[in-house]
Design a protein around this ligand. Structure first.
Ligand SMILES: *[C@@H]1O[C@H](CO)[C@@H](O)[C@H](O)[C@H]1NC(C)=O
Ligand SMILES: *[C@@H]1O[C@H](CO)[C@@H](O)[C@H](O)[C@H]1NC(C)=O
Ligand SMILES: *[C@@H]1O[C@H](CO)[C@@H](O)[C@H](O)[C@H]1NC(C)=O
Length: 440
């Protein structure tokens, strides 16, 4: 009797400890186990079997908006001397969808219809009420009503906005529930000097307009992760945004720098994700997509990286990928100190219409880096189309370079926006300064 009980204890202890080491959950209780199982199901269900359809749709939208930009630019030139107020300029299809509407603040949920790429279906808190954050304080176990932590741990869908400009120092990682939009438009909201955001085993989140910097390691301890649950956590990594086993995520117009670990990490079965219009600076390991060469669930990872500006004092991992399918389109890479795009475990990388500006250092001209021997990586599909290479930058392609010709029925001959246009498409990257009542 006593023996079998002991055996049971040992069994449970093992079951508890193994996943927890990876997930930073010190007590992998029934609650987290259920969430992990649901997450795995979502990963499989949300995998898009024809990713070229998604890349072609993005490219089509970009080409269309570029046409409008150039006709508006001509119109503006003609009007320039007559009108003082320049018409609003939105240079990419996401921004075009909402930014020039002077009533954007009365119509905030419109943003949820503006996504593109693999994270397009993220609706965040569109079907919920507004929640106004009024209090910049943080309490990890008993968050006060009106704080960001109180908002993101609610079970129901919420569209979270801010009453005023705020500087929020998170005492521990901010563990979010599903179906949330964090919308900082019209206010300047800094998440700084503390821990970062954690999206773990959740679905359907939009994060827009946050300024996230100087993020450190959270010590761990008891943290509330839902209005109905809290638990013991180990140290957090010190990522700005950590996406772990989560799906339907859209991160738009964030300004991020100086995080202890990654700026944005996407790992362990996360998929259906778009990261767009971001401005990233001052960081070493920028984005990790897939954490381990043995996490084969990341075969299902599909990510769109569009209209981001990878800027000053960045070093590497923009992104570093394992497995998965990553569409890297119309980004502006102006700084890297080791490499820009790298990976292991045969990820598929479709790099289209980016601008890559190399530094003057002769040893960092290469955009790409692979952790494998050539006889292995030569079969990985790393496609480079319509990119602009400046100052000796070069991309080493591999695998099937007939990629776009192989999918003519899907891609319909659609070409991406060109690398030379990347600086126009990313012109307004980072958190915007929107004023209520005016086009943003
Ligand atoms: C071009 O101008 C029109 C009229 O002002 C506006 O509705 C449209 O959003 C603009 N397009 C872009 C891409 O800026
Ligand atoms: C979004 O959802 C629709 C309807 O379920 C689906 O057909 C489409 O493939 C999804 N889009 C992406 C990019 O996953
Ligand atoms: C996967 O690899 C990581 C790092 O190499 C290691 O810590 C972990 O134990 C491995 N997991 C499994 C299930 O093999």
């Amino acid at each position: 009797m006593a023996n079998s009980k002991l055996f049971l204890v040992i069994l449970i202890t093992f079951g508890v400890i193994v996943p927890s080491l990876v997930a930073h959950i010190a007590e992998f209780d029934g609650y987290w186990r259920r969430r992990a199982e649901e997450s795995l199901e979502n990963t499989h269900n949300l995998y898009h079997p024809e990713p070229e359809k998604v890349t072609a749709e993005v490219n089509k939208a970009v080409v269309q908006s570029l046409k409008e930009v150039s006709s508006n630019t001509t119109a503006r030139r003609l009007l320039g001397s007559i009108r003082k107020n320049r018409p609003c300029e939105a240079t990419n299809p996401i921004d075009k969808c909402w930014r020039c509407d002077p009533k954007w603040a009365d119509n905030r949920k419109r943003l949820a219809d503006c996504g593109i790429g693999f994270g397009k279906n993220a609706t965040g808190g569109k079907h919920g009420e507004f929640y106004v954050v009024t209090d910049d304080s943080d309490d990890t176990m008993n968050p006060k009503i009106g704080t960001l932590r109180h908002a993101v741990t609610q079970k129901r869908p919420l569209w979270i906005i801010f009453q005023r400009d705020m500087v929020i120092r998170l005492v521990q990682e901010l563990i979010m529930e599903s179906d949330k939009t964090i919308d900082a438009r019209g206010t300047r909201v800094y998440i700084t000097g503390g821990a970062g955001l954690t999206l773990q085993f959740i679905r359907n989140v939009i994060i827009h307009g946050l300024r996230i910097n100087n993020i450190g390691v959270g010590s761990g301890g008891l943290i509330r992760d839902s209005e109905e649950h809290f638990g013991l956590r180990t140290q957090s990594d010190g990522d700005g945004i950590s996406i772990f086993g989560s799906q339907n995520i859209w991160i738009d117009h964030v300004s991020m720098k100086k995080c202890f670990d990654g700026i944005i990490d996407v790992i362990e079965g996360s998929t259906a994700i778009t990261i767009s219009n971001g401005h990233f600076t001052d960081h070493n390991e920028v984005m990790l997509f897939g954490a381990h060469d043995n996490s084969t669930i990341d075969e299902k990872m599909q990510i769109t990286l569009a209209f981001n500006h990878f800027g000053k004092r960045l070093v590497q991992r923009m992104p570093r990928c394992r497995f998965g399918y990553v569409h890297i389109v119309n980004n502006d890479y102006t700084h890297w100190n080791m490499y820009a795009i790298g990976g292991s475990s045969h990820p598929t990388i479709i790099s289209q219409g980016n601008r890559f500006v190399a530094s003057n250092d002769a040893f960092t001209k290469e955009v790409t880096k692979r952790e494998a021997v050539e006889s292995v990586w030569k079969n990985w599909d790393w496609v480079s189309e319509d990119n602009l290479f400046v100052n000796g930058a070069y991309f080493v392609p591999s695998g099937d370079q007939d990629w776009s010709r192989k999918h003519p029925q899907i891609s319909d001959g659609v070409k991406s926006g060109k690398g030379i246009e990347a600086s126009i498409l990313t012109k307004y990257s980072g958190a915007l300064r929107c004023i209520v009542g005016k086009p943003c």
